[in-house]
Design a protein around this ligand. Sequence first.
Ligand code: ATP
Length: 311
Amino acid sequence: MSAPGIVVAGLRKRYGAAQALDGMSFSVHPGLVTGFVGPNGAGKSTTMRVILGLVAVDEGTALIEGKPYRGLRRPLAHVGSLLDPAALHPSRSGRDHLLWLAHSQGLAARRVDQVIEQVGLSPAARRRAGGYSLGMRQRLGIAAALLGDPPIVMLDEPFNGMDPEGIVWMRGFLRSLAAQGRAVLVSSHLMSELQDTADHLVVAGRGRAIADTSVAGLIAAASGNRVALRTTAGPDATTVLARAGTTVTATGRDALTVSGLPSERVVTLLRASAVPFAEVSAYRATLEEAYLELTRDAVEFHAATPAEPPR
Ligand SMILES: Nc1ncnc2c1ncn2[C@@H]1O[C@H](COP(=O)(O)OP(=O)(O)OP(=O)(O)O)[C@@H](O)[C@H]1O
């Protein structure tokens, strides 16, 4: 793997009684979308602010391409970020907002039109930003983050306020940034948003990374040797398959999950007993399921998420 774009190591930060960061450590690599997930208050935003030199830590280091943010001569050419989509001048147009930012960084107006195009904001670029929806503000914030064409992009909850179409767009957009070789760090408290988007996952809980793992490996592990079965004859299928030693769980209307046998054996057994079925396939866990499995044993994490239903 190539050298990491961001390395945070042992970050600690206390605000009065709140230990916002308690040993946060992880790396963000080029060419990958790294999802930064965890419940509210886990320390995600604070970590991002530390990386950008906006918050001074009590202990630890945060390096961007080997240097602290303050040591970067042209920071926007190294890292682009979206922290707060509300941070804009309401009476200025989106384009003027970007022109002002570009000017302060010595970037050409041409670059502004490129990023507007890239984030799909062209139809609204000359309208007052104060009238933008939250989704449009997110796009404007992302355009600003891309102005300096940075190899590292860091977005705090970019899915917030996006409609379903916007979410689909955002997923593809994050993937395209990674495909261009950029290191992308994106925070979210909803796993479903990162489905088919994140390559890597850092799970934050109580100010530290409680898991740091590849998404493919995580989903494969959570999927196990399970088979998804669709049949209108659920009770018959359950009897036949349970007799063969499998564990059968109903997972939805006409849907069963079978553990303990490969799909070919499931098909053979059902056919031999003349049990009808519509579909048999290898089961693939959702990212949400994989995440719940991963965090099930993290006592600390559970302590921080009272809203989660008991299992
Ligand atoms: N400026 C601040 N002053 C006091 N406490 C703070 C400050 N910033 C963060 N905290 C506290 O630090 C902890 C971590 O907050 P942080 O915003 O980093 O979490 P988060 O994971 O980003 O959550 P969210 O998704 O809600 O933004 C929380 O307990 C929060 O109340």
